[in-house]
Design a binder for this molecule. Sequence first.
Ligand code: NAD
Length: 498
Amino acid sequence: MRSIGHFIGGKEVKGTSGRTADVFEPMTGDVQAKVALASKAEVRAAVENARAAQPEWAATNPQRRARVMMKFVELVQRDYDKLAELLAREHGKTVPDAKGDIQRGLEVAEFACGIPHLMKGEYTEGAGPGIDIYSMRQPLGVVAGITPFNFPAMIPMWKFAPAIACGNAFILKPSERDPGVPMLLAELMMEAGLPAGILNVVNGDKEAVDAILDDPDIKAVGFVGSTPIAQYIYERAAQTGKRCQCFGGAKNHAIIMPDADMDQAVDALIGAGYGSAGERCMAVSVAVPVGKSTADRLMEKLIPRVESLKIGTSIDPSADYGPLVTREAVEKVKGYIDIGIKEGATLAVDGRGFKMQGYEKGFYLGGSLFDNVTKDMRIYKEEIFGPVLSVVRAHDYKEALALPSDHDYGNGVAIFTRDGDAARDFAAKVNVGMVGINVPIPVPIAYYTFGGWKKSGFGDLNQHGPDSVRFYTKTKTVTSRWPSGVKEGAEFSIPLMK
Ligand code: NAD
């Protein structure tokens, strides 16, 4: 049985807490590894390593830090297939989808290669008589990232690549469900030339998370996961004065206007609703057709597509999606389907009975589709995080716009239409952080920023793009006067710099 420890001080070390968790292979249902769960003392050992290594790394010029990132990008590309297969076997998603997980993270490492330019400060010559002002960005010191199971390559890279490029040392606490890829990424960073102690991986659960939140030497925490934990981390990190950004769950709507290209909209809904078994924070989980005839046309095309989804193993190249992450996840999603039926929604396609021949112990679930879902139902209000799409019929555009705007979550939203004016109005007015126009999963590219609103995001700066450099640095502003200031004697009123 493979055992996974921690990555501290530049190498993998065994866990010493005596506590471990099972890492499953979702496609077979077997336990494939045991991952160590860190104690407070083990987190502290990682922080001490990070603290000792960070000043020299921060003093390394930014071109050299960028070169480590460039080499890392090359090494991940070299090991793409190996990483993708490990990821698929631990998470459950298919290998092509695992490659997307790696790629969208790697693009943020590519963005971080521009750190010499990104960290430049501002300068104003002659802000007052003989006075110049400039600002500089300095790293925070030791920072941490706590990441979810559903993107075990992408989200760790979203966190550690900009943080490390900025000159910080990083403590990563990945999900205990799929820790293999984060450990390999740390190894690749070392191979790329990163000094020991700058990237540490502590595996663990709540105990390790709480140790991170309470550690006085950790200056910032970036979290991605479910909303209750995001809120908990935001509050507890603030109590110890940490800078904090916490991204939570989602309920992403897709509005289908009467003039939408229905075939395009259905393709988009199938991919965005059921890809990765619906275990994406940007998955579309609510479809909102506008008007009865749009809804009827949509259902007519959707039902056969959901019924014919091809569910396969994680390594089946022809599968649309693979198993869910755990048996509990399957049971939770099934529980929501039962709730939806009780609440009076119409279950148009029922995926609960799906069995994967030859893999009966695997965590599989067929695609389900609900029609006539209403705003007051739990299956509308709560995140299901599985291969289930709910159709909420709206009478008109105004009602469709209000649904995602009034929902507690505000991660992503999409509109399908051929009308530029409707699309423009929707993008301007909808109360959600990321908007797609005829694009179902509007995850912004690395040099823009990613972040949801309302219960999908706590904190004021987004992930990756320019916001990530702001989050992982503090700004120092210097006002200087050379060389005549002292000759004029003391000033008793505040300088006006007129
Ligand atoms: P989760 O909240 O269960 O776990 C996330 C992290 O928090 C893990 O590292 C876990 O070990 C830790 N954790 C879990 N319980 C904890 C506790 N009680 N105290 C302290 N730490 C704890 O989330 P998950 O199931 O791994 O991931 C799925 C969730 O993440 C979904 O809700 C999804 O929408 C969300 N997500 C959001 C985004 C985004 O950018 N908004 C991106 C990906 C996933």
